[in-house]
Design a protein around this ligand. Structure first.
Ligand SMILES: Nc1nc2c(ncn2[C@@H]2O[C@H](COP(=O)(O)OP(=O)(O)OP(=O)(O)O)[C@@H](O)[C@H]2O)c(=O)[nH]1
Length: 363
């Protein structure tokens, strides 16, 4: 029976892709490719100015980013790639701010931090990293920062930088939340479409297309490993008269009743499907004829013990079942044909019966 994955608001959405979205590892790859030569360029500029330490630090940062990129290409570990990238750029931006690289103008690169961090990590990580960045900049601009570091930032620059940085972080947070909510909505919609494409609306059982796909999978396994499987084709007896006497609403209730009985009586590995109007197909993997007939009779008996209430009157339900087990090199079509012949036989033998196309198996 198909399980539907649940997307929750706090799920790490980066593991699910929506068409058109840039995958996080790809984005980090491109950012790394752009950042490495840029950092080397600024290292070169610093060396021209005779700065003794900045070129070394910048080349080390470029090297770490490159190593992180190569490590991902080898390991394909995207979590490690993301964490490595965030760690290196956080250290790099901290260095640019406190060392006032490029006469202090390099601190402007901090504005690249919030959109990147919010995009590539979970919302919570984005909030923590960006708030940390804001507090860090505030500390740097405070009298404590002035005691620790020799920076050229003017008072008005400090004020503007702090306000604009806080504004940018808030904007990135709001846009990121909106992006995550839309993505969640799209994923849920895709999930609903997928469910609707594979299930019958009235009963929630698999539909004909889905069970045919499962049958094909099971058939391929049979061809590869000789894993026997069986099918049960079932039909509610004299269903037309239920509709005629009690109305379609009661007929629908009976269709649902048989579906819920199938759920009660079958294993999780079985595929339960609504094959047509009041017909069902059950696919039983790794099941021989004897076990299939046993299951069919168990279902048949369980259904016969149930009834639908129509204006105070109990309307009993019975089903007829045709059973067939895959054999030799027969096709899926032939298997279904044999199950159908069994069902026809069960109907002609008086209904509420299990048959294959050769014999009757009522207990
Ligand atoms: N209520 C309801 N009726 C349906 C649905 N799908 C098909 N039917 C009805 O199911 C009936 C099937 O009747 P028949 O094929 O003649 O078979 P039967 O009366 O069950 O007779 P036997 O199969 O010979 O026992 C038809 O009257 C269809 O209109 C449905 O979704 N809901």
């Amino acid at each position: 029976m198909t399980q539907v994955a649940e997307y929750k608001a706090d799920t790490d959405l980066s593991q699910y892709r929506v068409k058109g979205e840039i995958p996080v590892p790809t984005l980090i790859g491109w950012l790394t490719l752009a950042a490495v030569p840029l950092i080397v360029f600024f290292a070169y500029r610093s060396s021209l100015r005779g700065d003794p330490t900045a070129p070394v630090f910048l080349v080390v940062f470029a090297g770490l980013l490159a190593i992180n990129g190569v490590a991902y290409l080898i390991s394909h570990n995207s979590t490690l790639q993301r964490r490595g990238f965030i760690t290196v750029i956080t250290a790099l931006f901290t260095y640019l701010a406190i060392q006032a690289v490029e006469d202090g103008s390099a601190i402007i690169w901090l504005f690249a931090y919030p959109p990147v961090v919010f995009y590539i990590s979970q919302s919570r990580v984005g909030v923590i990293a960006c708030s940390g960045g804001l507090v860090g900049v505030a500390m740097l601009f405070s009298p404590i920062g002035d005691q620790l570091f020799d920076t050229p930032y003017t008072a008005s620059f400090r004020l503007t930088m702090l306000v604009v940085f806080a504004f940018e972080i808030s904007t990135c947070y709001v846009l990121d939340q909106s992006r995550r909510r839309s993505k969640l909505g799209l994923l849920k919609l895709a999930q609903e479409f997928e469910y609707a494409a594979k299930h019958d609306t009235l009963t929630g059982l698999a539909n004909r297309r889905e069970v045919l796909a499962q049958l094909e999978n099971e058939y391929q396994r049979y061809l590869r490993n000789s894993r026997t499987f069986s099918v049960l084709l079932m039909d509610i007896d004299l269903f037309k008269s239920v509709n005629d006497k009690h109305g379609h609403h009661i007929g629908d209730e009976m269709i649902k009743l048989v579906a819920s009985t199938l759920r009660e009586q079958c294993r999780k590995v079985d595929t339960l499907a609504r094959w047509g109007g009041e017909e069902y197909l059950v696919l039983l993997p790794e099941t021989n004829t004897e076990e299939a007939v046993k299951t069919a009779n168990r279902i048949r008996e369980a259904v016969s013990r149930k009834s639908v209430n129509a204006d105070g009157q109990d309307v009993a339900a019975t089903i007829s079942v045709g059973a067939a087990t895959i054999r030799n090199a027969e096709s899926v079509d032939r298997l279904l044909q044999r199950a159908d012949e069994g069902l026809y036989r069960a109907k002609t033998l008086g209904r509420n019966t299990v048959c294959d196309f050769e014999g009757t198996f009522t207990d």
